[in-house]
Write a protein that binds this ligand. Structure first.
Ligand code: GLC
Length: 730
């Protein structure tokens, strides 16, 4: 992006120290929260930060909140520093601000990108009212190993779903006018490949082919940039031995060279400093040089750029025009969001004081939450329950809990707004007193007499609602788990309650796919409820009692056991697939089938959808060939054969039979949520084009290859009967 003449003139007046100042972002110790959420590392205390701002040595601050104090910081920057360059004010507003929405993984289960756009917009309205105009979101890491705690923060295992939610969240955060007071700059992160850390161990190395990087992990970033994102955050991990925050091939070659990105790159928290720990830089000076010259324009929190760039410029190792390039990028983004014309944008204490999150966004939080709940199992149509005439026992550590409602990365949630399970269920029941509530166990530890009390309540009840799952602290950054299971104390509770014979509905709380065992797996009904945020109790009640017919589908595969990780649906076939015909010498586990317990795309409804056969056509006539530059229409009739209104996520999958690099057994290429009243039917059609079949071929070119394909329109990644078509040669 070009600077206007005014800013070019400003750049010409800047000293080297002032230029380098624009290349640094520091925890905003001048405002609440920053001290709570960031590990100590070279942080400037409030007084030091204020002086650095006054001296023009700070380009941005983060994770502080509040319009009054933010306005004062901005005043110092604009009115007391020599050149008056306004600060960028950012924070981790990942899935809501004061109103907390479902974790992004849960929201992805809605398969409704437009819903994510709405919740991102709501988050931006609340965040910009509190003195922020930049968020370090959306997280775009494709995650196929559920042992990784940060799977919670993005859209799961599939690239097409990830692309859709990436663009939607950028649009939501930024709105239609970047200079508007309620527009918040988005930051696609973590660039790149972070979701593929080996073993699901956070911050671990990533080893992957160029093809997998380009076909699976990079596309959501391209989708986000195409949607208008102007900043990117570089990742902690190394990729094939080169740390992402010093990877010139990615940060300059691809981001700038291939994709033409004009914004700026900010490092993740001290990621430049960590090049020394990686063993990629011998010292902090070298780390500074490697990170900055690779393409990280702004250094987060480490202070390395301020400490070492002056000397690197003096020695000629970093040319001044490279410094100017970085500064231009930062100034251009500040210009793009209107900061030079309106530095006090998003810093109006009256707007902050007047904002009523409850009135504004509770209904959206409720709708987003209930649209994120996946009905995994519903034996004998146990659900929905009646609101009267049934004795219900709500049992488990999350029954009354308020501290594990939000999920990870909710730094600013207003817990006063939250509705926990007990409150939501009591409010929904005709007789709220008909609900017995028993903790039964702690989240991690047994409670004296807890199981006995739970068993007694279960014996008296017609149905048990078992509120179990992961504590919030098990999810998010640096929360990798070797066994992705319900904690043992809760498993014991589940086993004891199930032994009473009272039907059990599991209300599962989780930030990742879990391996369900014993009475949890064998319960009559299971709702995957993620961390649903502010409206948790209300949304769960809506689904439990049928006021909302669950329509979400799994964005990640639920395994049979932790040992299967990484497990994802769009895997390669191998030369020895687990086929009944094969001898034991096949790609299999001794202990269980090589498949998911609940596959990607799975989810049940309270009604019944019936799919017709897949029909292929071109120009209205039946066809089984996709011309090289043509289109193929893939259709199916869908009927609601049940007694309730419902929404079905119709999924389009293909399988490229033969490729110059082996192809996945299934690949999602499109999806659509279709609403049908009882007895209603419709034709659902998708248009396939060659570019949707393209991949990074053996030669390295991104291209489709002629040949035979399977195609499904199905309710999940294992269901359906394939039709076949041929992609004709050019
Ligand atoms: C963290 C996270 C990143 C976040 C940043 C600032 O370590 O990796 O997602 O935006 O630091 O809080």
């Amino acid at each position: 992006m070009r600077l206007d003449d005014r800013l070019e003139a400003l750049l010409a007046r800047m000293t080297l120290e002032e230029k380098i100042g624009q290349l640094g972002i520091f925890a905003d110790m001048l405002r609440p929260f920053a001290a709570d959420v960031n590990p100590e590392m070279n942080e400037l205390n409030a007084g030091e930060l204020r002086e650095q701002i006054r001296a023009g040595r700070v380009g941005a601050v983060f994770n502080g909140v509040g319009a009054v104090q933010g306005r004062e910081s901005q005043r110092i920057a604009v009115e007391e520093s020599r050149l008056g360059i306004p600060l960028l004010m950012g924070a981790d507003v990942i899935h809501g601000m004061r109103t907390v929405f479902p974790i992004p993984l849960g929201e992805a289960a809605s398969f409704e990108p437009e819903l994510a756009e709405r919740t991102a917009r709501a988050a931006a309205i609340e965040a910009t009212a509190s003195g922020l105009h930049w968020t370090f979101a959306p997280t775009l890491d494709i995650a196929r190993d559920q042992r990784w705690g940060r799977v919670a923060e993005a859209a799961g295992e599939d690239v097409v779903l990830g692309n859709a939610f990436a663009a939607a969240r950028v649009r939501g955060f930024q709105g239609s006018d970047l200079t508007a007071n309620d527009s918040m700059l988005a930051t696609p992160k973590h660039f790149a490949g972070y979701g593929a850390v080996m073993g699901g161990l956070d911050y671990n190395s990533v080893e992957m082919s160029e093809g997998t990087l380009r076909d699976v992990h990079l596309p959501p970033f391209k989708a986000a940039l195409d949607a208008g994102a102007l900043t990117v955050m570089s990742a902690f991990n190394d990729i094939n031995g080169v740390p992402a925050s010093a990877h010139d091939g990615l940060l300059t070659g691809l981001l700038r060279g291939e994709w033409g990105f004009k914004g700026f790159v900010v490092s993740d928290y001290t990621a430049d400093f960590e090049l020394v720990a990686h063993g990629f830089a011998g010292d902090e000076r070298e780390a500074t040089k490697l990170s900055f010259t690779a393409g990280v324009d702004m250094s987060m929190q480490s202070g390395l750029y301020a400490a070492h760039l002056p000397d690197l410029v003096a020695s000629g190792e970093v040319p001044m025009d490279v410094i100017d390039q970085g500064v231009r990028r930062v100034l251009a983004v500040k210009q793009a969001i209107g900061l030079f014309d309106n530095p006090y944008r998003s810093l109006d204490p009256e707007v902050e004081a007047a904002l009523d999150p409850q009135a504004l966004h509770f209904d959206l939080a409720r709708d987003a939450a209930r649209r994120s709940i996946v009905l995994l199992k519903n034996d004998d149509d146990l659900l929905p329950l009646r609101k009267s005439g049934q004795k219900l026992a709500l049992i488990g550590p999350y029954a009354r809990d308020r501290d594990n409602i939000e999920g990870c990365w909710t730094l600013f949630g207003d817990t006063r707004l939250h509705v926990n399970l007990e409150d939501g269920l009591r409010a929904a029941l005709e007789d709220g007193d008909a609900l017995d509530v028993v903790d039964g166990s702690g989240m991690e530890d047994a409670i004296d007499g807890g199981i006995d009390a739970a068993v007694e309540a279960a014996r008296k009840a017609d149905v048990v609602l078992l509120a179990i799952g992961e504590p919030q602290g098990y999810s998010g950054e640096a929360q990798s788990r070797t066994r992705i299971v319900v904690p043992a104390a809760q498993q014991a509770l589940a086993d004891a309650v199930a032994a009473t014979g009272t039907p059990v509905v599991v209300l599962l709380r989780h930030g990742r796919a879990l391996a369900l065992h014993g009475a949890v797996r064998d319960a009559q009904a299971i709702l995957a409820t993620w961390f649903l945020g502010t409206a948790t109790g209300t949304a769960v009640a809506d689904v439990l009692f049928g006021d909302y017919n669950p329509s979400a589908r799994l964005p990640v595969s639920f395994p049979r056991d932790s040992g299967q990780q990484p497990l994802y649906y769009n895997r390669q076939r191998t030369g020895r697939p687990e086929l009944p015909t094969m001898s034991e010498f096949k790609s299999r586990w001794r202990e269980m089938p090589h498949s998911a317990l609940y596959p990607f795309g799975h989810g049940l409804s309270y009604t019944r959808f019936v799919y017709g056969d897949v029909e292929l056509s071109s120009d209205g006539a039946s066809a089984d060939t996709l011309d090289w530059d043509g289109t193929l229409t893939v259709s199916v009739t869908l009927r609601n054969d049940g007694s309730r209104f419902g929404e079905e996520v119709v999924q389009l999958y293909i399988h490229d039979r033969v490729g110059s690099r082996v192809r996945p057994i299934r690949e999602l290429k499109d999806f659509r949520k279709v609403a049908l009243a009882p007895g209603e039917h419709t034709t659902v059609s998708f248009t396939l084009r060659r570019d949707q079949l393209a991949f990074t071929t053996r030669s390295g070119a991104f291209a489709a290859e002629p040949g035979l394909f399977d195609v499904w329109i199905a309710p999940d990644s294992e269901a359906g009967t394939a039709a076949q078509f041929t992609l004709a040669r050019a």
